[in-house]
Write a protein that binds this ligand. Structure first.
Ligand code: MN
Ligand code: MN
Length: 318
């Protein structure tokens, strides 16, 4: 039936390790038609400046979805009961052609928007957020961003190249896809340059930056409240670079920075975003070769599930 829920593949009915091939244990579909929310991978890491491997992120995130059970104990949200959700596979990339890959991913995401579904992506390096936004956001109605990251990703160019994982939000704001006054960064930290043009530009745009020291002053609930105040009532996209999380919890990422948000902090902040008009999101920068335990991907899918709960509750309320 067209509008029946697509139940996740349940641990009650089959042994979880016999279905290791879907994000959040969603059913698999070949396209976005008829879906409320499309889960998908963008396995591209050609935007990585230093340590790569995030192209393998979606695959391991599917494998590590093994014990997602479908209901959020803390909030009571059951996204698969509220909305039609499926994993539609990975977007196309050409690992030998950087610019073409961004265009291919953009076209794939535009098909999701054309079908009326909302996007929730697994990266890939953080460059993947740009094609998701290009494909799904109308500049006439830019999104606000709740952006977890150790880094602002607002450089103009690296080595003269404007498309890489340090530039996606510079491009997205220039292109009118993101409203910088409704953009909040959470978790900024680490070493920087003597003068940091990326941070200066972000400040000049009016982006709200909650660095890690401010986060520890506020705590997770007040941080969520501040984020809510910044993004307000309009449409919101949640982009979660796993290097915003402490490397103790998420070691498998290309640009880890010590002293970050812990998993518990992330859960409390994300649950504190309930009721916002969250229409899309992504979890990116999981690099399986850099974490042989797989625990980075395991934690990543649990945060992806938290974002899915926010999107599904919002979608069902319409
Ligand atoms: Mn980062
Ligand atoms: Mn990033």
């Amino acid at each position: 039936m067209a509008n029946e829920p697509l139940k996740p593949v349940g641990v009650e009915t089959i042994a979880p390790f016999t279905y290791p091939d879907s994000l959040l244990r969603a059913q698999r579909r070949t396209g976005p038609e008829g879906l409320d929310i499309a889960l998908f991978g963008l396995p591209y890491d050609g935007g990585t400046i230093a340590r790569d491997g995030a192209r393998h992120g979606p695959g391991q995130m599917r494998q590590m979805s093994i014990n997602i059970r479908g209901t959020n104990m803390a909030t009571g949200i059951s996204p698969f009961a509220a909305c039609r959700i499926a994993d539609i596979g990975d977007g196309p990339v050409n690992s030998f052609d950087h610019v073409a890959s961004v265009d291919m991913m953009t076209a794939f995401c535009a098909e999701i928007a054309a079908a009326g579904a909302w996007p929730l992506a697994a990266g890939g390096d953080h460059l993947i957020t740009l094609p998701v936004l290009r494909g799904t956001v109308d500049p006439a109605n830019p999104v606000g961003l709740v952006h977890f990251d150790a880094h602002p990703d607002t450089h103009d160019a690296i080595f003269g190249t404007k498309l890489n994982h340090a530039t996606p939000f510079r491009r997205a704001i220039e292109e009118g896809l993101v409203d910088p006054k409704r953009h909040v960064m959470i978790g900024l930290r680490g070493t920087t340059r003597e003068t940091d043009a990326a941070l200066d530009w972000a400040h000049d745009q009016g982006i709200t930056m909650i660095d890690i020291d401010e986060f520890y002053e506020l705590g997770p609930k007040a941080t969520a409240a501040k984020a809510r105040a910044v993004v307000g009532d309009g449409p919101v996209y949640v982009t979660l670079d796993v290097d915003g999380v402490d490397p103790a919890d998420m070691p498998g990422t290309g640009s880890p920075e010590p002293g970050g948000l812990r998993m518990r902090d992330m859960q409390v902040i994300l649950r504190g975003l309930r009721g916002l008009d969250i229409v899309g999101g992504d979890v990116n920068e999981v690099s399986p070769p850099l974490d042989p335990t797989g625990y980075t991907a395991f934690n990543a899918v649990h945060l992806m599930f938290e974002i899915l709960c926010l999107m599904a509750e919002n979608r069902a309320s319409r």
